[in-house]
Write a protein that binds this ligand. Structure first.
Ligand code: F6P
Length: 363
């Protein structure tokens, strides 16, 4: 019987997942004579042994497809909702599936949550490797994640379009980008589309400073402004309050705080309208940023990491994330990165570029 590898996709979907599945499957077959089995809907499918053989036919024509042909879920391996109201540790069943198929390793395509789950599976003797995917670009230990480039492209095109309507109507357009608790997506697409203000979670903002920037633009003959705001961006006061609640470990209060309508992008736009006298509009790009065909850069990255992953498996390496490092790859110990998030460093070259161009971070 040919040696086999298992694969699954977990967490939010991301452009490039199918390119990665294809790369793992093709390289496993052509370079190492191994076959690939895909589990459906993330760790849940592994637990339920719902699988599909990924041969030449299944892998054909998927390179440019968005989403994931395997389906995905955010299920946690050690606390899985199994319908009886009590989350259960389903790792023994997952191990059974793994052994039943006599797999050499399990490849998990995912971001921060998937890395934690992968490590939990390693703990029960399942050899796992992860590949970093997410439009948020917030995975520690890798230069970049696949999905990010495509999302920056989508968001940039959207902001370009908002620019012309903001200009025509002399309005402020506040556009909200995804990114969870990091600002990579807002920063990348904001700079690429010439936004006037970029608000990111790493740099708490002052509404007064944003208003001043917009009024200054109006006084210099530009009575419109584009404000690109990351979904996790916060005012200085909110950021301090959030840190306080988080330090106190009060989960309920923190959850309430996150839902506060005064922290919404709509509220920010209203405040800016009031302070500047300029009409404002809000656009929330939402899941459109994750959909559709991956960019060539993401296909190349997913392919590079997928191929390298099969090489590592052939060498018997596991318990690692296959990370992008310069033009190459690196095997990063999952223990070193689990639970860590890669935020935008305040001295990052993109932050420097933005400031040098006169883009305001509202600080
Ligand atoms: O992690 C990717 C991401 O798109 C984040 O940017 C966003 O906060 C989150 O997922 C949205 O999750 P869901 O798809 O569950 O609404």
């Amino acid at each position: 019987m040919a040696r086999s590898i298992g694969i699954l996709t977990a967490g939010g979907d991301s452009p490039g997942l199918n390119a990665a599945i294809r790369a793992v499957g093709k390289a496993a077959d052509k370079a190492h004579g191994m076959q690939l089995i895909g589990f459906r809907d993330g760790f849940r499918g592994l637990m339920q042994n719902r699988f599909i053989r990924l041969g030449g036919e299944e892998l054909a024509g998927i390179l440019d497809r968005g989403g994931t042909i395997l389906g995905t879920s955010r299920a946690k391996v050690h606390k899985m909702d199994v319908g009886n109201g009590t989350p259960a540790d389903m790792r023994p069943l997952m191990r059974k599936t793994f052994e039943q198929h006599q797999l050499e390793a399990l490849v998990c395509l995912g971001g921060g949550g998937t890395i934690k789950n992968a490590l939990r599976l390693e703990d029960v003797g399942i050899p796992v490797l992860t590949l970093p995917k997410t439009i948020d670009n917030d995975v520690d230990g890798t230069d970049v994640t696949f999905g990010y480039d495509t999302a920056v492209n989508i968001a940039t095109e959207a902001i370009d379009r908002l620019h012309s309507t903001a200009h025509s109507h002399h309005r402020i357009v506040v556009v909200e980008l995804m990114g969870h608790n990091t600002g990579w997506l807002a920063l990348g697409s904001g700079i690429a589309s010439g936004a006037d203000v970029i608000l990111i979670p790493e740099i708490p903002y002052d509404v007064e400073a944003i208003s001043e920037k917009i009024l200054h633009r109006r006084a210099s003959g530009s009575p419109f402004s584009i404000v690109a705001v990351a979904e996790g961006a916060m005012s200085i006061a909110d950021s301090a309050e959030r840190s306080r609640l988080s330090n106190e470990g009060d989960g309920d209060a923190l959850a309430e705080f996150e839902k506060e309508p005064t922290r919404s992008t709509e509220h920010l736009a209203e405040e800016l309208e009031e302070r500047t006298g300029l009409e404002s509009r809000v656009t929330i790009l939402g899941h459109i940023q994750r959909g559709g065909t991956p960019s060539p850069a993401d296909r190349l990255l997913a392919t590079r990491l997928g191929v390298a992953c099969t090489d590592f498996i052939a060498e018997g390496i596991h318990g690692v994330m296959v990370a992008a490092r310069g033009d190459g790859v690196a095997a990063v110990d999952l223990k070193e990165i689990a639970g860590k998030r890669r935020s935008v460093p305040l001295d990052h070259p993109m932050v420097h570029s933005a400031r040098s161009l006169g883009i305001s971070f509202g600080d």
